[in-house]
Design a protein around this ligand. Sequence first.
Ligand code: PRX
Length: 632
Amino acid sequence: MQSHQIKSFEEYQNACQRSVSDPEGFWSDIASTFTWRKKWNTTLEWNFEEPNVKWFKGGKLNITENCLDRHLKTRGNKLALIWEPNDPKERFVRYTYRELYEKVCQFANVLKKNGVQKGDRVCIYMPMIPELAFAVLACARIGAVHSVIFAGFSAVSMSDRINDAGAKMVLTSDGLNRGAKQIPVKRVVDEALESCPSVEKVIVVERLGWAVNMVEGRDVWFHDEVKDVAKDCPAEEMDAEDMLFILYTSGSTGKPKGVVHTCGGYMVYAQYSFMNVFQYQESDVFWCTADIGWVTGHTYLLYGPLLSGATTLMFEGVPTYPDNGRFWQVCDKFGVNIFYTAPTAIRSLMGGDIDDVLSYSLDSLKVLGSVGEPINEEAWHWYHTHVGKERCPVVDTWWQTETGGIMISSLANVTPTKPAHAAFPLPGIQPILVDAEGNEITDNEVEGYLCVKFPWPGMIRTTYGDHERCRLSYFSTYKGLYFTGDGAKRDENGWYRIIGRVDDVINVSGHRFGTAEIEEAINHNEHVVESAVVGFPHDVKGQGIYAFVICKDKPEREDYLRAEIIETVVEKIGKIAKPDKIQIVSGLPKTRSGKIMRRILRKVAEGDTSNLGDTSTLLDPDVVDEIKAGAL
Ligand code: PRX
């Protein structure tokens, strides 16, 4: 199974070459290492115009047979999942592959008993407890499409996503622990479901032991349902191109879109990228700190490691609870070998006492990873020096919800690393840089828009319920190319450095928000006439949210109004999208055609008003002076 793990730079170069000269042979060889009920007829069918991308057409499989069943003979007693609770005093739990198999089958039987069938969409809104992992895999086992919603999103966000997917069931818990706080999750679900007619059943897992409202005929407790179900559940046979999951993500326009991934291609890409980027070895303990509510949790906490027969660690809590040493304490406790986190977490810990990291040995660590946003050099060096003790390569992994898995990254100890550079594409990935007209820039020492010119198995297939949106968002900007929405540089040696989004998407602590989405939320506040949101550099979050807001009347107390606006955003989207700064303005810099000149607002938000460029085309140039004077 590990035969496609690249071991040297030469092998990497050879793999890259073959993946271009014979992509079908290349991916077909990798796919052959999995368990298929029936082999595919066609390896790849594609065009980026519609787009229509099909990998391993005609192949039949179930991803959970590859995550679980096929390991039982050789790895039945190997640890599959280690769960570390929020409170370090609470006992951790470990599951072998055999135990995980049984837990998933039981959960799958509970789903079936409650009416879920192949193709149904199931929404999962749960804390980071083992049942979340079981639930996701249980859906995949019976061919239901999971749509995990990060449990920090608000009721409104949840109901939007449930309605878009037409979900039949919601899986949730009574509440959740996050550091010192406890959050009433079920109450949020109840509120969301007031406007979700498609949901027939809610299954509630007990985490806090709270008394919660249970709606007769709709809500059931998981612990009641699981009592008498079997520990075996046959895996549903799926087509390679059947939907595996939907994951909602923000774009530059409208509401979040449901990115669709399919069974066969996603499986192959999740495992291949996991084994190669992290260079997982059979006895390693792998820890990805991301929540399963995001794509990183899907691919590198669950599917990638389990497909590889790895031991994966799942953590319920936050890096700062009970203190700033928690990550490192957990690494020492379980002898974590590969640690994968986000720059924002590193930056939040860098500000603390250095003894919080130096008091742990961290001897077991071999490889460090970074994901979600550009890692600045200062954070890279801190991570490399104090966590990795200058002995562990840091793989800076660039990818997206839409790509399914890591696209550009060093392969640990195989290809070189360079601070703040994602470096090289994985074999099979063909990134290019283009100029504004879409012409490929072939030189080095250049900057451009990052596109991909050839399909890869883990790529997005559609946006749920609206294929045209998928085409418009990713395949229409540059003809014949997948456009990432990111800008990137390629240095003199061909190393990629991702700069960040070039569209109206802000990346806050590694999470994406469309500026339009936040503006829409702000505009719901009764005092607000109009708003414009831009990102600004933030020491910990990478980007912060800066909102310029026009109000109906001049508020008596601006601080009250700001608090109210924040409340509105929390209600519409969730705490994670709270604006950091709100400037009340009397107008926005608009062109005569009514377009907001965000370039000016970005400059003001960055605190750089020295050169705002040409403002003569503005409808009301004076407004710029007022905005400059009132900048926060
Ligand atoms: O801008 C890039 C940034 O995160 C975006 C994708 O966000 P999301 O779909 O939420 O997935 C995050 C986790 C895969 C990208 O368009 N991004 C992600 N990783 C990196 C990055 N920017 C720079 N360097 C990275 N390593």
